[in-house]
Write a protein that binds this ligand. Structure first.
Ligand SMILES: Cc1cc2nc3c(=O)[nH]c(=O)nc-3n(C[C@H](O)[C@H](O)[C@H](O)COP(=O)(O)OP(=O)(O)OC[C@H]3O[C@@H](n4cnc5c(N)ncnc54)[C@H](O)[C@@H]3O)c2cc1C
Length: 434
């Protein structure tokens, strides 16, 4: 979406219905229409979430569990059905447990015991067991599609409005937020939660710069083995020069793989799966055959190539996470590179922290909503900012190209100096059930 399409000027909305409740009037899992259609004029809603990705759905489910209803607007016609997997560490699982879907997901995905790091010639550089480093660690690669469906299933059937691309955002004279959708619909929201991902139009409207390309791209795919996949429950990493790859079992029949490669620019968008496969295989053509084989059996709709980006939230320079009653969650606020596997985990953390604060503010004093949103930003920033930088630096080290430097990394740093425990300390996150 171009900045030019964002308009700040909207007609003055009529006042919100005074008798419209913030809270669910009916028990969970019953159909509740959350849109109040005025006699004539725009749609009105107390809490509008833009984006039905992980952040948006996790926020909607968290609020729902706390008795606050919301309407989720999603630009796509349905939940994302293709796509690959996300590795979730124990902080992600704490949140999924807190919102009541952890056990449902656990039964579908393999628990990963540890990791093996190899050089491009197949030499094993180091192995780690997660539980040796931290008894409470929990690692599983979860299919994005199933995670989204599981979250969406917790919501009333009409809680997500599809084909609802946000094209305009503005503030009315009364202070409400006015959202314009691609089909011409206008919605007025008392609270707007921007979960609209790395290219968030809401973040742009709030003054955030575009995320920055970090100099490498990633191929990803999900290999499918109908007769059962052959790998041990470990993450396998292969570190080359300017290229690194990995694969990890997801379930008894699926294996997630990725290849990160240096590229001075993101390059043209390629969607043809046969070209993507060819390009990916070319990068690792002299590497151990496992990777080539997984790529070969990857269904077309699960392979993609993504330029990696992030945005550093510099203190006193970056806008805060909220402006009035508009707030950002997940990648919309803090896009980070996937080198620590923390983007989705942090989006889940954001969702519960924000929802708790928001629900408390609504229950106690609607006037304190802006304070609650501010407090969310203040609490989450010290968690998010260092992680974004750390993920970026880890990526830079892993993408080194210089042969001497890579040799030091592979023969000294990884075998002798790296300790997994401190490296995964960022996965500590306490979260009570909602
Ligand atoms: C290569 C790669 C590997 C990764 N691996 C991991 C990993 O292993 N572990 C991990 O924790 N994280 C990982 N991540 C990060 C993770 O994918 C993101 O952090 C996560 O998807 C963020 O979720 P989100 O809901 O904030 O954004 P998204 O998932 O991008 O969702 C945004 C939603 O908003 C919708 N939307 C956008 N614009 C509009 C609009 N104008 N109107 C309406 N709807 C809109 C989109 O359609 C989408 O549904 C990885 C990322 C990459 C790129």
């Amino acid at each position: 979406m171009s900045t030019a399409s964002l308009s700040l000027v909207f007609p003055k909305p009529s006042a919100f219905s005074q008798n419209q409740s913030w809270f669910q009037a009916r028990p969970r899992n019953k159909t509740i229409s959350t849109i109040i259609r005025a006699q004539s004029g725009p749609l009105k809603e107390d809490v509008i979430i833009v984006g039905a990705g992980i952040a948006g759905l996790a926020t909607a489910v968290s609020l729902h569990r706390l008795g606050v209803r919301s309407l989720v607007l999603e630009q796509a016609e349905s939940l994302r059905t293709g796509g690959t997997s996300l590795t979730l560490f124990k902080n992600g699982w704490r949140v999924l447990d807190a919102i009541g879907v952890g056990n449902d997901l656990r039964t579908q995905f393999t628990e990963i015991q540890g990791m093996v790091v190899k050089s491009e010639d197949g030499r094993e550089l180091r192995t780690f067991k997660f539980k040796d480093e931290d008894e409470s660690q929990e690692v599983r690669a979860v299919e994005r599609r199933i995670l989204l469906e599981t979250l969406a299933n917790q919501l009333p059937p009409d809680a997500v409005r599809f084909s609802s691309k946000l094209t305009n955002i503005g503030r009315s004279e009364n202070g409400e937020t006015v959202l314009g959708l691609v089909d011409g619909t206008q919605l007025y929201g008392k609270i707007v939660i921007g979960c609209d991902g790395i290219r968030s139009p809401i973040a742009k409207w709030m003054g955030f710069p575009d995320p920055k390309y970090v100099g490498h791209c990633a191929f990803r795919g999900l290999g499918f083995y109908p007769d059962g996949q052959p790998f041990e429950p470990k993450v396998n990493y292969v570190y080359g020069r300017g290229v690194r790859a990995g694969y990890v079992p997801v379930s008894p029949t699926k294996v997630y793989w990725f290849i990160c490669f240096n590229s001075p620019s993101p390059g043209p968008k390629v969607t043809d799966p046969s070209i993507l496969k060819k390009q990916a295989k070319e990068l690792v053509r002299h590497w151990p055959l496992d990777l080539q084989n997984i790529i070969d059996i990857t269904p077309d709709d699960t392979i993609n190539r993504t330029p990696l980006v992030d945005r550093w939230l510099w203190p006193a320079v970056s806008p805060p996470a909220s402006s009035g009653t508009v707030v950002l969650v997940g990648d919309a606020w803090h896009p980070m590179t996937p080198n620590l596997g923390q983007g989705a985990c942090c989006a889940l953390e954001d969702a519960v922290v924000l929802s708790r604060k928001l629900a408390n503010a609504i229950k106690s004093q609607p006037a304190s909503i802006e304070v609650a949103l501010n407090s969310y930003g203040t609490e989450r920033w010290p968690r998010i900012f260092p992680l974004t930088i750390r993920a970026n630096l880890v990526g830079s080290v892993l993408q080194w190209e210089n042969p001497v430097v890579c040799s030091v990394r592979n023969n000294i740093i990884i075998p002798k100096l790296v300790s997994l425990g401190p490296l995964l300390e960022h996965t500590n996150f306490d979260c009570e059930p909602l």
